[in-house]
Structure formats: C-alpha cells, structure tokens
Design a binder for this molecule. Structure first.
Ligand SMILES: [Zn+2]
Length: 455
C-alpha cells in the first residue's frame, strides 16, 4: 500500500481507525452545509465500521494522482477503479459488506441517504491531503447490476497555468501567442471531447496579453467558463429573457478590443462578430470540439454556412490538442531505434539516436525464478512501476495564410485533401508532433500510437 512508503506523520496528525491503526489525516468537509453540522457528521462517521476503508480508498487515490474513483457494486462484491493519467486501474475486489460499509460513511458524511441504492444522489466535499486542497464530487446511482459510485477529484486551484505547463514547445508558443495578440482576426481553439480542451482554452486566454486590450466574453449563464483575470464575463440567460443577441449588443457598447466566444452561438452572432472585425478591427477567439485542426475549420464553416467565406477571410490560426502520458523521468529507458522503425515514423536516418520506453515491472505472480522462489525487483518510487508520471498535451497548430485560405475554400468538402495540402506546406500534424515529443524523451511511441488510433 502506498502509505507504507510515505514519511511518518507526527502522531497527533493521524486519526485512529476502528482497529487502532493509524489512518491518513483526511477530513470530509461537506460543501453547502454549516461548519458545525459538517463537523458533527464527521465525528459520527469516525465511529462507523467502514471508516478506515473509506478514508484509505480516497487517500490512496489522491496520493496516486487519481482524478476519478469508480466503484461498481454487484451481487458478487464491489470493484473499485482509479483513473490515473487517463488510464483506469482496477483495485483488488472488496467483498460486499466491506464495500457497503465504506459507502455508508460517504453517504452519511455528505448528508445523503445510505439506504437509497437506486435513485441518483450527489454532493460535493472539500478535503486536504499532502498539503493540497481538493474538491470531490460524489455521485451514486442504481444501475442494472447494482449501484455505481463515482468520485471526481479536482484540485481547488488550477495547477496548469502556462503553455509551458501544458507542454507546448517554445517555437509553437511564440507563433500561437502572435496569433492571440494580433489585431483583427479569428483564432480557433479546438480539441476532441474529454482531452483537456477547457484547460487549453483557459491557459490560452491567460497567455494572451490582456493589459493593453479589453477582453470580453459572451457565455451561457447555465454553463459558464471559469473566471479569468482581465476577461470581463457577460452572461446570457434565455430563461429570464436575456437572449444572447441582446447581451452581445450590450457588450459591444463598451467597445472591447477582443471578443472571447466559447461558441459563436448563432448565425446572427457569427455575422455580427465578423462585422465587428471588418468595420471596427476587433479580434475574436473562439472554440469548437473537433478531432484535429482541419476538422475544426470544417466544422466551424459547416456550422455557420452563410458566414463561412468571411470566417475564412479572417481566420489566422487553429490550435488542436490531444493528451497522452508523460514517461517517468526517473525510470524511462533509452533504446536505439532500428532504421526500419525510424523510416516508418518518417524520421530521416541519423536524426534520432535514441528513443525512450517505460520501465514496467512484471506482475507479482511472475516475479519468481525457475524454482518458484520470489525475486526481489526494485519498483520505481516515483511512478510506482507505472512507467509514466503525469500527462502532457500534444498540440497541432495550423497557421492560416492567404494560400491556406484559398485551399480551405476549395477543399472544405475534402478534409483528407486539405490535410495533405497543409502537410505539403510544412504543417506538422499529431503524428509529426508526437514523434518530436518521443525524440525529446517526453513520451513513448506506444503513447503516440495510442493517440493516433484515437484510443
Ligand atoms: Zn518511474
């Protein structure tokens, strides 16, 4: 267990479990109820038989950097999984009474009904572990086989703040910042669903120079983006009669310089945005869910058909991204790639001397010699034998100049041809960017192949 390896905490910081063993110091502070009530619930929960398992389950998840815990309850027992760096890991199965007892603790601590195993119940709680504040969203709901429980674990303060943090290479940062800080144009930020697009959007806006120019955003009240310093948020809320058109026009009265549009919303607003760019030299930054930069352009144009020509006229750059796992720098192993492999990857001979692969120890049952004796294998302390530590983004940045604009208009119905055209002009796609990250020793070919096959 992870705790055995951690530095010992002073006695007063640990909590005693039901069997007297020291437990990690972790509180469940329910959000949305009074402090006294939350404390009362916590004291009551400490007496419950499932408390040690409940606390260890969460503490192990956080210390292994998991951002999700999923527990499936069925007649056979309870199976918990952690999601670490985007990959699900299954924990040893729990018997049903053990799993049930742990769940009762969370439901009681969060003011939910432990007896309710069918209807959806959810609540949020705050916790602190290893010096970091965490916010955890808890959801339980009945499913066909029994009950499913999900913990979504987020840091309270975003840890990824700069394009550097996201892993964007320096030359690309310079080009991308040039696009963000230009006057009069459209920058499109895109990515597939579930690949960190909201984070890239936030960090990109953080990277833009907002001190000399006024940035305003138009957002849906029911689904707002996180607040960003020096971006004035404007919310539309059709439920109370504040439609997007009205709020957009009000927003323009303040004569902003840059329009931050998480979505162009409607044909009307797309047209008005273009109008602002044409007549008043405004700049616009918008966003779309798409698989790559070419896909993003095509989707934007097919969504706003009647404004397509103008959108292309002002489009200056398109960013897209994918997430993959970063190799653990403590245990990654260099290897000399054979020439056939390099050729397959499109790397010219002699360019890359070594690539890296993860160190993944064999499972415990295979750590035996010919006589069946246990062999001691040293497991990397940093990644716990996963071979990877943390994630990184691979970016694809399409620069749109006049030649590219003509190609987009001509080839919008044929994405593959458009991709080919961009590549001929030196545009680097995910494959090229991924191989570059491998050559820098940041990730493995397996991760790049997984990314390219869309898994
Ligand atoms: Zn390692």
């Amino acid at each position: 267990m992870v705790f055995g390896k951690k530095k010992k905490k002073p006695a007063e910081e640990t909590q005693a479990g039901a069997d007297g063993a020291a437990l990690p110091p972790l509180e469940i502070k329910t959000i949305g109820i009074g402090k006294d009530e939350a404390q009362g619930l916590m004291i009551a929960c400490r007496q419950l038989p499932g408390y040690p398992v409940a606390i260890i389950l969460l503490a192990n998840a956080v210390s292994s950097r998991a951002d999700r815990i999923l527990i499936d309850y069925s007649a056979q027992g309870a199976i918990a999984r952690y999601r670490i760096d985007g990959v699900w890991e299954t924990l040893p199965p729990m018997d049903r009474p053990t799993g049930d007892a742990a769940l009762v603790v969370y439901k009681k601590a969060l003011g939910l009904n432990p007896a309710e195993r069918k209807q959806k119940q959810d609540a949020k709680f705050a916790t602190n572990f290893a010096g970091t504040d965490w916010v955890v969203s808890f959801t339980s709901a009945g499913v066909q086989a029994g009950e499913r429980v999900l913990f979504q674990i987020d840091t309270k303060k975003p840890t990824l703040k700069t394009l550097d943090d996201l892993g964007m290479r320096e030359a690309m940062q310079t080009t991308f910042k040039g696009m963000l800080n230009a006057t009069k144009g459209i920058v499109l930020i895109s990515g597939p669903a579930g690949q960190g697009l909201p984070t890239t959007w936030r960090v990109s806006l953080e990277a833009a120079d907002k001190f000399v120019r006024d940035f305003v955003s138009l957002e849906y009240k029911a689904d707002p983006d996180p607040e960003i310093i020096n971006v004035t948020q404007n919310f539309f809320d059709p439920a109370v009669g504040d439609g997007p058109d009205t709020i957009f026009e009000k927003m323009l009265l303040k004569q902003p310089d840059v329009l931050v549009m998480p979505s162009l919303i409607s044909s009307y607003i797309a047209e008005r945005t273009i109008d602002q760019i044409t007549k008043h030299d405004k700049h616009a930054i918008t966003r779309i869910v798409a698989g790559d930069t070419i896909d993003a352009v095509i989707q934007l144009l097919s969504t706003y058909r009647s404004e397509a020509k103008d959108i292309v006229k002002y489009l200056s750059g398109v960013l897209n991204q994918r997430l993959l796992r970063r190799l653990c720098d403590k245990c990654k192993q260099p290897f000399q790639p054979n020439p056939q492999l390099l050729q397959k990857l499109g790397i010219p001979a002699g360019r890359v001397q070594k690539l890296f692969q993860p160190t993944i120890p064999p499972p415990p049952e295979q750590r035996v010699d010919a006589k069946g004796n246990q062999i001691e294998i040293e497991i990397c302390k940093k990644c716990n034998g996963r071979g990877y530590y943390g994630r990184m983004a691979i970016f694809e940045l399409l620069t749109v100049d006049d030649t590219m604009r003509q190609a987009i208009l001509k080839l919008a119905g044929n994405p593959d041809e458009l991709r080919k055209f961009a590549k001929q002009r030196g545009h680097l796609g995910f494959q090229e960017e991924g191989v570059l990250a491998c050559a820098l020793g940041l990730t493995s070919l397996q991760e790049v192949q997984k990314m390219l096959s869309g898994k």
